[in-house]
Design a protein around this ligand. Sequence first.
Ligand SMILES: *Cc1c(COP(=O)(O)O)cnc(C)c1O
Length: 432
Amino acid sequence: MSRKTSKSHELQKRAERIIPGGVDSPVRAFRSVGGEPPFIVRGEGSRLWDADGNEYIDYVLSWGPLILGHAVPEVTEAVMEAARNGTSFGASTPCEVDLAEAVLDAYPFAEKVRFVNSGTEATMSAIRLARGYTNRKYIIKFEGCYHGHSDALLVKAGSGVATLGIPGSAGVPEEFVQFTLALPYNSLNVVEEAFRRYKDQIACVIVEPVVGNMGCVPPAKGFLDGLRYLSSRENALLIFDEVMTGFRVAYGGATELYGVRPDLVTLGKVIGGGLPVGAYAGPAEFMDMVAPVGPVYQAGTLSGNPLAMAAGKAMLCYLRDNHEIYGRMDRLAGTLVEMVAKTARDADLPLSYNRVGSMFTWFFQRGPVTDWDSAAKSDTKAFGKFHRAMLEAGVYLPPSQFEAAFFSAVHTEEDVQQTVAAARQSFAAVIA
Ligand SMILES: *Cc1c(COP(=O)(O)O)cnc(C)c1O
């Protein structure tokens, strides 16, 4: 154990005195894996440096946005140039229109898009829109899917909620979630049953088309098609929450990858280039329900912020012109994930994995992991040991069994080799 931690430790103590848990988002506190979180001072490419000067290969990538790695010159330049002209106007800017066009270029089914400040706002607003359009109250979500921290969506919500092992959240009155139906992921018959039971009362089905928030869980063959079919038949809207998968699993997200067309898509993470942005988009028929054109209200002081729009535009332009990165990430991430799994097999350690392109999770169990109940069978203690050992060995993984890890376009063969070597050592620590 040679890693220096004194500066991070001191910062954590200072932070804990004045910020709950010392963090502004719960999973960052490392509670489920043990140990203290390093305070990060710099990132470049696939690497991170903490306050004590330790270097890590980063597979968190700000929880998904940084598909091109840290401090991408094109994005940094765009943000600096925008900042020199003022950080916010609360008025429309040219770059906002550019980013809207860039988003719609990747999601051709959508005709209009509205920018907000986070994924939470995007899903909350899309659901309001679906309810406004259908004039219905109920929504279907899936266990282990996370759609941000708004009241009605914190039901069996995966992500940090799952990590903490709590069913929902205190402070959310029962009445606020009474219209939220949480069903098991990848089971179409329960969706059909819910539609039967709540005939003409279900406004929408919201789903992570590839789940990242109970660890990475891909849709079973036919699941997304089935949701499309049932939603259409029952006149409910199908919302793909692509906050994580948009521009990540393919340029056009899971919508492109699986060839299933939702009614609305929610976006965030990658489209902000590392700045706070969310968006929801769809055909004009739906989007024109939003104020000031229609009666569904939604607003934001900093929505369409010029710095965020500039970062997003630089990011999406790069992705549009460099589609080959998706194939490369798929290949290299595949090598990494399989080599680490092989190392676990060699060590006689039960480990399974799921991966879709550059999103992946090693589950500490035999698998297969197809929904929340199967994900929850993972040995989270073993994962915690693995996580701590990997951190010591210079690999920064998501500090929870139930959060997907990410690969970027700038991770190298050398990063992969180094990570596999670190995993070999770390599995030994898990078994010991
Ligand atoms: C991250 C995430 C959100 C929430 O986005 P925030 O920007 O953290 O509010 C919503 N849905 C999915 C699928 C996510 O991965």
